[in-house]
Design a protein around this ligand. Structure first.
Ligand SMILES: [Zn+2]
Ligand SMILES: [Zn+2]
Length: 260
């Protein structure tokens, strides 16, 4: 029997979250919890260790909802604000764990993270508040270890940005992509559980549509696929009714077992 880990979807909404501020569309006004989506992030629980993928603006709320008390490592898929702007809340885990947290990113994302959060990653002696203690390690195509897990990175094309998808055992997470290069498709082959970007039905320059994501699903044929980074145009139940079996919308709090 292979070892198992648990994936928790902390947020599966697009950059504005759902509901978006000021939005009067039906899904934004819906009281169904399945239509309430925080900014995109997942947690992977590996025994007693926790790997956090992205720290969006909703990190505090996500951590409180799930009773999160430790973060052993963070992977940044890319530098966009909806994936990074909760970074300051990592400091509570420094308090709780009394040690720095290793973070991993592709070099181009790491450069922007260092610039955007120079009070964390730079030497800003004038900053007197308590700041997170993080190390930032650049990774590339080679697999690496984080929170006791073997991570295989894979490139995703995101409207001109290079986003890190990850494969761990029979699971893969591919948020924020407009297409998936052939080398990355090779890494994804044989995946059993896939979480993939599917923003909406209408085309978008930096995100897959439901239809484009389905083309990838048809090629990879995972046993279970969940759509993430979804916007207000996708009502949870209505969208699910039109998806084939084995493919469904993710929702905040969705929990999945994976084999390492
Ligand atoms: Zn995003
Ligand atoms: Zn993005």
């Amino acid at each position: 029997m292979s070892k198992q880990a648990r994936v928790v979807v902390l947020g599966c909404g697009t950059s504005t979250g759902v509901p978006a501020i000021g939005c009067l569309e039906p899904v934004c006004l819906s009281e169904d919890t399945k239509n309430k989506r925080l900014r995109p992030s997942i947690l992977i629980e590996n025994g007693g260790s926790n790997l956090l993928v992205d720290t969006g603006p909703d990190l505090r709320q996500q951590a409180l909802t799930h009773g999160l008390r430790r973060v052993d490592a963070v992977i940044y898929t890319h530098y966009h604000a909806d994936h990074t702007n909760g970074i300051d809340d990592l400091r509570v885990f420094n308090f709780l764990m009394k040690k720095p947290i290793p973070c991993y990113a592709y070099p181009d994302s790491a450069t922007v993270l260092r610039r955007n959060f120079s009070y964390i990653f730079g030497n800003e002696n004038h900053y007197t508040g308590f700041r997170p203690k993080l190390t930032l390690e650049e990774v590339n195509d080679e697999s690496f270890e984080a929170a006791g897990l073997k991570i295989q990175p894979l490139d995703l094309e995101h409207g001109g940005n290079r986003v890190m998808g990850i494969r761990i055992g029979d699971f893969a997470y591919a948020t924020d992509c407009s297409s998936i290069p052939e080398d990355s498709m090779s890494i994804l082959r044989g995946v059993r559980v896939l979480i993939i970007d599917a923003l909406r039905h209408r085309e978008h320059p930096s995100h897959l549509t439901i239809e484009q994501a389905m083309e990838i699903v048809d090629e990879l044929k995972p046993k279970e696929t969940y759509f993430t980074h979804t916007n207000y145009e996708l009502e949870y139940h209505e969208t699910n009714r039109n998806l084939p079996s084995g493919v469904e919308m993710a929702y905040d709090g969705l929990t999945l077992g994976i084999n390492l």
